[in-house]
Ligand binder design. Structure first.
Ligand SMILES: NC(=O)c1ccc[n+]([C@@H]2O[C@H](COP(=O)([O-])OP(=O)(O)OC[C@H]3O[C@@H](n4cnc5c(N)ncnc54)[C@H](OP(=O)(O)O)[C@@H]3O)[C@@H](O)[C@H]2O)c1
Length: 213
């Protein structure tokens, strides 16, 4: 593999939007280190799909809710960069991994809140911090938020609160990493029919009709 091949780390790249991103990047010649949390078989299928689309890929296990594991993860990334890609650094980080929660504000528990905060806010914050020394100057960071951080639907207070935090973090990172030429952006999708909330999509489509007009 040539030394100027670009490499993306995509958390939650084994399914849904992350996997789709990895396949699209592969069509442009970008290799991927994609992560999974629990489902190794899906991660292997994603690697095969990325490779069929024309780029190298490797799957690493990562729970973005476990900040204590990020040093080990960074070690695994370093080993993959050298062993699989023959490089020291990567180019792009997509903070995408996550799960949803649909619960009324009054029903949301402290445990629900903590789980969402660990995965969607604390995770991207400290994972990015830990991986930055391995990122090339001039790199790109994309933080996946949600449209729910910009409009309000009952049932998503805790989830959207974390994503709102990620949007603030994105602006601060853009300022602080600017001197290294690293750009940091938010992607805030509307409802997309992945495993994440397929059952909710129909409801969301109906209830968001007012803002699409
Ligand atoms: N789909 C939508 O409508 C929508 C809309 C707006 C924003 N988003 C955001 O887009 C991102 C991706 O969503 P998606 O729809 O692609 O979801 P998905 O299809 O359910 O895929 C989720 C991915 O994240 C991984 N993951 C889940 N919990 C994790 C954890 N604690 N640590 C590490 N990895 C974890 C999963 O790995 P395993 O399978 O191994 O567990 C899987 O690879 C999320 O941040 C979500 O909030 C989605």
């Amino acid at each position: 593999m040539s030394n100027d091949t670009k490499i993306a780390i995509i958390t939650g790249g084994s399914r849904g939007l992350g996997r789709n991103a990895a396949v699209h990047l592969a069509r442009r010649g970008v290799a991927s280190i994609l992560t999974y949390n629990t489902n190794r078989a899906e991660a292997d299928a994603a690697v095969a799909e990325v490779e069929a689309a024309g780029a190298k890929a490797v799957a690493l296990q990562l729970d973005v809710g476990e900040a204590a594991s990020f040093s080990d993860f960074a070690g695994a990334v370093e080993a993959s960069l050298k062993g699989t890609f023959g490089q020291e650094r990567f180019d792009f980080l997509v903070n995408n991994a996550g799960m949803g929660l649909h619960a009324a504000f009054t029903d949301t528990t402290v445990a629900d809140f903590d789980r969402l905060m660990n995965v969607h806010l604390k995770g991207p914050f400290f994972l990015t911090q830990r991986l930055l020394p391995l990122m090339k100057d001039g790199g790109r960071i994309l933080n996946v938020s949600t449209g729910l951080a910009r409009f309000s639907l009952p049932g998503y207070a805790a989830y959207a609160t974390m994503k709102g935090g990620v949007e603030v973090l994105t602006r601060y990172l853009a300022k602080e990493l600017g001197p290294r030429g690293i750009t940091v952006n938010t992607l805030a999708p509307g409802a997309i029919e992945t495993d994440f909330g397929a059952a909710r999509c129909a409801t969301t489509r109906r209830s968001t009709r007012w803002w699409r007009r």
